[in-house]
Design a protein around this ligand. Structure first.
Ligand code: THU
Length: 129
């Protein structure tokens, strides 16, 4: 799987966003150690707080398919926006410290990682697990 495949997967997922209230479309794609890519988009709701972000849609879809090991996450937005705080927490929980690529609709990318987006994360260690 090439870097371009997963970036294209995130951009493609963005086109399927259900974003009728914000019109802010987001796509995500997560690569697994087993070599698969899972896509997600944001799914909004008239009861706004029920909205699910693209990153969590992709990760929960992958988890539900039985995946447990992730190697890279790509997030696609119009303007190259970063993942929200809730998604940062979920990314840390399910992926640990992985590389994250952020891409805008012109294909401009920036690289970060989950430890940079969520320093001093709360996780299972605080629970003694
Ligand atoms: N959104 C995401 O999908 N991911 C993020 O990390 C930031 C926000 C979505 C939620 C909502 O549908 C829209 O973007 C505007 O907040």
């Amino acid at each position: 799987m090439t870097q371009m495949n997963i970036i294209e997967a995130a951009l493609e997922a963005r086109t399927r966003a259900y974003a009728k209230y914000s019109n802010f479309k987001v796509g995500a794609a997560v690569a697994t150690r087993s070599g698969k890519i899972y896509q997600g988009c944001n799914v909004e709701n008239a009861s706004y707080s029920l909205t699910l972000c693209a990153e969590r849609t992709a990760l929960f879809t992958a988890i539900a398919a039985g995946e447990r090991h992730f190697t890279q996450l790509v997030v696609a937005t119009e303007n190259g926006a970063s993942p929200c705080g809730a998604c940062r927490q979920v990314i840390w929980e399910l992926c640990g410290d992985i590389p994250i690529t952020i891409v805008d609709i012109n294909g401009k990318t920036s690289e970060t990682r989950s430890s940079e987006l969520l320093p001093a994360a709360f996780d299972e260690r605080e629970l003694g697990i």
